[in-house]
Design a protein around this ligand. Structure first.
Ligand code: SAM
Length: 219
């Protein structure tokens, strides 16, 4: 994502009622303290400007959504969308997903979305990829045993890496495609992200997998 330093974005985020400012304090208490219901909880990591999670939250009022983004200047756009159309079942966190298990407790998350995650092409940065074993281990600490991670990208190198990494880290690939937009089954209910629209318009096929922890493994 091209990062422009939008003046004042940090201040807007810091003052926004749609952003959870000390998310560690909600660990284990998201349903009770933030959403005040017992609905399932889905999170998107690296949500960018938030089109995907905002549309998903609009369509699914009985699911709680938390959008996570590292940069204020990007998150700002999602916050502005919420100001124009407030949703009770969606909140945001500005943080690095590296610390995700400080923020959610064991079994507190039902599903994780990763869309067009940064590829970190250099081998020495592989651990920073959001589909690396390093991150899959963190997701294991917060997601329900039968919860799924859904990942989309047009980057075939990153996708191939991710497909190899998941089973090695104790996750089972439930479904996958190398051409989502021409896959009759997997395209059902698809919501385009900003990057997905841009890259599919350029003719790039979109890859997607859905993974779940190996069910027989002990936790
Ligand atoms: N998901 C959006 C889409 O599909 O249009 C944005 C994709 S963009 C390539 C990746 C986004 O992930 C960027 O906004 C980046 O700041 C964010 N990101 C990357 N690593 C992150 C991390 N460790 N924690 C939180 N956000 C991260």
């Amino acid at each position: 994502m091209r990062l422009k330093n939008i003046t004042g974005s940090r201040e807007v985020i810091a003052g926004s009622e749609y952003v959870i400012h000390e998310p560690e304090k909600q660990k284990g208490k998201w349903k009770k303290q933030v959403f005040e219901n017992d609905n399932p909880q889905y999170i998107e990591i690296g949500m960018g400007k938030g089109r995907f999670i905002t549309q998903l939250a609009e369509k699914n009022p009985d699911i709680n959504f938390v959008g996570i983004e590292k940069y204020s200047s990007v998150l700002l756009r999602a916050v502005q969308k919420m100001e124009a159309n407030e949703l009770k079942n969606l909140v945001f966190i500005r943080m690095d997903a590296e610390y995700i298990s400080d923020v959610f407790d064991r079994d507190e998350v039902d599903r994780i979305y990763l869309n067009f995650s940064d590829p970190w092409p250099k081998d020495r940065h592989a651990k920073r990829r959001l589909t690396s074993g390093n991150f899959l281990d963190r997701y294991r600490e917060i997601i329900k045993k039968d919860g799924v991670v859904e990942f989309k990208t047009d980057n075939r190198v990153l996708f191939d890496y991710s497909v190899a990494e998941a089973p090695a880290a104790g996750w089972e690939i439930l479904k996958m495609t190398y051409d989502l937009h021409n896959d009759e089954e997997m395209i059902k209910g698809n919501i385009m992200t900003e990057y997905e629209e841009r890259f599919s318009n350029m003719g790039n096929p979109i890859c997607k997998y859905i993974i779940r922890q190996d069910q027989e493994e002990n936790r």
